[in-house]
Design a binder for this molecule. Structure first.
Ligand code: ADP
Ligand code: MG
Length: 160
């Protein structure tokens, strides 16, 4: 079974909506790796993910704090702790030790959203959902989901 699905969005709002549609399919324990260049829309997608998880706090990029924590709930209504991690400023994986990252990976039942996962290289969990965002024009992006979580296939959807 092909575990990849791709959509194209033409505005930040549409990317947020795609994030919300993805959020509706998440279960506690999921790890989302958000891959894409600076300005691609990782944080924008995260805003939609968090909105879809019932979090109404504003979401900024946690570039300086590394990890932002939120309380939300998955589609079934089950409460879930959400950790949004931005590894942009990580110079090497050994720096992860002091960030609490490994505790978050080991935590069962939380939801992890990781920007710049390539900075953690070999320290990524075994199962994850890889979301790749590519520029496709000024306000256009393609968003590809590669589901390596071992569950039934995740789908990403546009609103139209
Ligand atoms: P990243 O976290 O990947 O560095 P951000 O989400 O912080 O990127 O920034 C993405 C920027 O691109 C925002 O200013 C957003 O408004 C803009 N943008 C324009 N079109 C889109 C789109 N289709 N999807 C996501 N963001 C878009
Ligand atoms: Mg960001």
């Amino acid at each position: 079974m092909n575990a990849e699905s791709t959509i194209r969005t033409t505005s930040a709002e549409e990317t947020r909506a795609a994030g919300a549609s993805l959020a509706a399919q998440l279960v506690p324990g999921d790890v989302l790796l958000l891959h894409g260049d600076l300005g691609a829309g990782k944080t924008t997608l995260t805003q939609g993910l968090l909105a879809g998880l019932g979090v109404d706090a504003p979401v900024s990029s946690p570039t300086f704090v590394l990890v932002s924590d939120y309380a939300g709930h998955v589609a079934s209504g089950e409460p879930v702790a959400i950790h949004h991690i931005d590894l942009y400023r990580l110079n090497e994986p050994s720096e992860l030790d002091s960030t609490g990252y490994f505790d978050l990976i080991d935590e069962t039942g939380g939801l992890l959203i990781v920007e710049w996962p390539e900075r953690a290289a070999s320290c990524l969990p075994e199962r994850y959902v890889l979301v790749t965002i590519d520029f496709a024009g000024e306000d256009a992006r393609t968003i590809t989901i590669d589901d390596r979580s071992g569950r039934d296939r995740l789908m990403i959807e546009t609103t139209d």
